[in-house]
Write a protein that binds this ligand. Structure first.
Ligand code: SAM
Length: 329
């Protein structure tokens, strides 16, 4: 299941529907409510109509229902409920309240459910963290591929938000039996609290160290002599004026700190280019996500700064999305 389009493109709809709910709110509070099927489907039909008027894709309603009730996709479609009541995580009035928030307050459906699925795992999300985007998933594979057989060592995810990249890396490195440590930092304490919880829920808390502070700053205090196998980041990269034009679901609901890359969008990216070299191992990997129009400028800046093997990688939509390079010698 994915919901959000790249941040720099208009919102954000479910691109597929999943029944996968390994740690949905339903499982955590599975007996919280029992819904009368007739009442439920009456509400569902009304909610669908409302969604159409509010220009919210019907897939989002279905996703919310599938995550927060015991219904599966077939039962929802055929309305074939063989039980007297539908077990659900929330009452019908809470469904109604959350759907109103989706339609009229433009709250992303993942915040309403409290989690999203990213790669093959679930992550808690609150308005303190950016909802991890599907196209960012590829950054994990790019990093692992670039590292080849040299996976051991220290890896860092700067601007970790929900912890998505750090957790994705920790899982992949563990699966490959690498002797690796993942470090993750963020300026936002509130985001770090969510990231820590996510790491614990995903069983990788002992593989990730979290730090509060700006970009490399925490490492100057905690590990001044550390060098990283890879420096990875999905920094805020949207020009400030563009942020104001984004869909309200993004502009008004996701943290501005996660979106706003300053006047040109390059504030965070420039720090990452300028400050990474002394933190990188020999042949270390520098890998960031960026806005589609920033590819050429990033290649130029990286080459001027002495980075090697500089290249751009496109996302599944064919847009420039990642810049990857090796440490300057
Ligand atoms: C685009 S979000 C990426 C979140 C997550 N890594 C992901 O891919 O879903 C950017 C993150 O950078 C963090 N951030 C912004 N400025 C920062 C800074 N100066 N130092 C560290 N983190 C920062 C934000 O709080 C936010 O969590």
């Amino acid at each position: 299941m994915t919901i959000a389009a790249p941040i720099d493109r208009p919102i954000s709809t479910l691109s597929s529907l999943s029944n996968h709910m390994p740690y949905s709110e339903f499982e955590r509070h599975h007996d919280a409510a029992h819904l009368d099927p007739t009442d439920f489907f009456r509400w569902y039909d009304r909610a669908r109509q409302q969604g159409i008027v509010a220009e919210v894709p019907p897939l989002e309603l279905d996703w919310l229902v599938l995550q927060l009730t015991s219904l599966d996709r077939l039962a929802l479609r055929l309305r074939s409920v063989s039980i007297a009541t539908i077990p659900a995580a929330i009452s019908l009035s809470e469904f109604e309240q959350r759907w109103q928030q989706r339609c009229w307050d433009r709250v992303p459906v993942q915040y309403l459910a409290g989690f999203t699925t990213w790669r093959s795992f679930d992550l808690r999300v609150t308005p303190d963290v950016l909802i991890p985007r599907p196209e960012t998933e590829a950054i994990i594979d790019l990093a692992i591929e670039a590292a080849g057989n040299c996976l051991d060592g220290d890896w860092v995810d700067l601007g970790t938000g929900s912890g998505a990249i750090a957790i994705g890396l920790a899982r992949e490195l563990a699966a490959r039996q690498a002797i690796a440590r993942v470090h993750a930092s963020d300026l936002s304490d509130a985001a770090l609290a969510i990231a820590r919880q996510n790491a614990a829920d995903c069983g990788v808390a002992d593989r990730i160290q979290f730090y509060q502070g700006s970009w490399f700053e925490p490492f100057q205090h905690h590990h001044p002599h550390l060098t990283f196998r890879a420096v990875i980041s999905n920094p805020p990269y949207i020009p400030a004026a563009t942020v104001d034009q984004l869909a309200p679901e993004v502009r008004d609901r996701e943290p501005r700190l996660a979106l706003d890359g300053g006047e040109t969008g390059f504030d965070g990216l420039s720090v990452l280019i300028d400050q990474a070299p002394p933190w990188l191992e020999r042949d270390g990997i520098w890998l960031v996500e960026h806005e589609a129009r920033q590819g050429a400028a990033l290649r130029d800046r990286l080459s001027q700064r002495g980075y090697r093997e500089v290249r751009t990688v496109q996302d599944w939509a064919g847009l420039d999305r990642f810049a990857i390079a090796r440490a300057p010698i």
